[in-house]
Each structure stands twice: as structure tokens, then as C-alpha cells.
Design a protein around this ligand. Structure first.
Ligand SMILES: C/C=C/C(=O)SCCNC(=O)CCNC(=O)[C@H](O)C(C)(C)COP(=O)(O)OP(=O)(O)OC[C@H]1O[C@@H](n2cnc3c(N)ncnc32)[C@H](O)[C@@H]1OP(=O)(O)O
Length: 138
């Protein structure tokens, strides 16, 4: 038996800082000026620097790996749509809801969504996770 049910959900919120963007640029090697160059970003449609899309995606990784389904589960796939920009100082809420449970293959499908402090969706998609047996490992 998989100890998860359709409709189960988890979420957490985190404010994106300039340090997050600088550290993520260093970690990934992605120094795209839209993320790190204030002068460049001033003249874009956004008017300021925006967070790397994959930085926001890491909030989903934390949610799925640490909370639902949690430690021991492994990512199988994830779709992503970046709907709105994330700016320095935005408080992002990442939320995951189980939409399917495949008992035989021990695979959960989760709707994954990130919203900002204005409750606007900045990222949405769907992910699948394989979960270990209770007390076991994959
Ligand atoms: C290398 C890595 C770089 C990065 O990480 S950059 C950071 C991550 N990306 C972002 O932050 C972008 C966030 N998204 C946005 O800011 C906006 O979103 C856009 C500027 C891309 C578009 O916004 P708007 O100009 O208001 O257009 P619309 O009316 O929302 O959409 C126009 C058409 O474009 C499609 N569309 C918009 N966003 C997406 C998306 N993320 N994925 C797929 N399609 C998208 C819509 O459907 C629609 O199309 P239809 O006119 O045919 O209905």
C-alpha cells in the first residue's frame, strides 16, 4: 500500500533575495544579464532583474523531497510553465497536491504550483514521484 491519498497537499513560503540569485548564478553558471545585471534589466519589459526560472523550481524540489511525498522519494518527471516573473523580495508559496496514485508502480502525480504574495501564479506544472515502501528505500 502507498500511504498517500489523492487530494493530500503541502506548501511552504520563502522570500527570494538578491543573495539567492547571486548564489544560484554561481552554482549554475547562468549569469544571464536578466538575472544579474541591474542596468541591463532596467530596460527589459520587467524593468528589473528576475529570478532564474529554475531557482523557483528548486522550491518544488524542496517541497517534494522534504515534505510531500518526502525523504526517499525520487523525481521521475516535471512539467513547468513560467507564467509570471519572480522579482527580488517576492514571497513565493510553493504548493503540491496529489492528483493520482499508482499503487502498483508506487508513483504519485502531483500538481505543482508557485504563487507570489499577490496570489498570482508564477509557475505551474505537474510532477511524478516514485515513493519507497514504508520503512524501505528505493
Ligand atoms: C535560460 C533561462 C532563463 C530564465 O530562467 S528567465 C526566468 C523565467 N521566466 C520568466 O520569469 C517568464 C515569466 N513569464 C512571463 O513573464 C510572461 O508569461 C511572458 C512575458 C512570457 C508573457 O506574458 P504576456 O506578454 O503578458 O503574454 P500572455 O498574454 O500571458 O501570453 C501570450 C502568449 O504566450 C503564451 N505563454 C505565455 N507564457 C507562457 C508560458 N510560460 N508557457 C507557454 N506559453 C506561454 C500564452 O499562452 C499566450 O499564448 P496565446 O496568445 O496563444 O494564448
Amino acid at each position: 500500500m502507498v500511504p498517500f491519498k489523492i487530494g493530500e497537499e503541502a506548501s511552504f513560503s520563502r522570500t527570494v533575495t538578491e543573495t539567492d540569485i547571486v548564489l544560484f548564478a554561481g552554482l549554475s553558471g547562468d549569469y544571464n544579464p536578466v538575472h544579474v545585471d541591474k542596468e541591463y534589466a532596467k530596460d527589459t519589459r520587467f524593468g528589473q532583474r528576475i529570478a532564474h526560472g529554475i531557482l523557483t523550481t528548486t522550491f518544488l524540489s524542496r517541497l517534494l523531497g522534504m515534505e510531500l511525498p518526502g525523504p526517499g522519494a525520487i523525481y521521475l518527471d516535471q512539467t513547468l510553465k513560467f507564467k509570471k516573473p519572480v522579482f527580488i523580495g517576492d514571497t513565493i508559496t510553493a504548493k503540491a497536491i496529489i492528483t493520482e496514485v499508482d499503487e502498483n508502480r508506487r508513483i504519485l502525480t502531483l500538481s505543482t504550483i508557485c504563487t507570489n504574495q499577490e496570489n498570482k501564479v508564477v509557475l505551474e506544472g505537474s510532477g511524478r514521484m516514485m515513493v519507497p515502501e514504508e520503512g524501505g528505500k528505493i
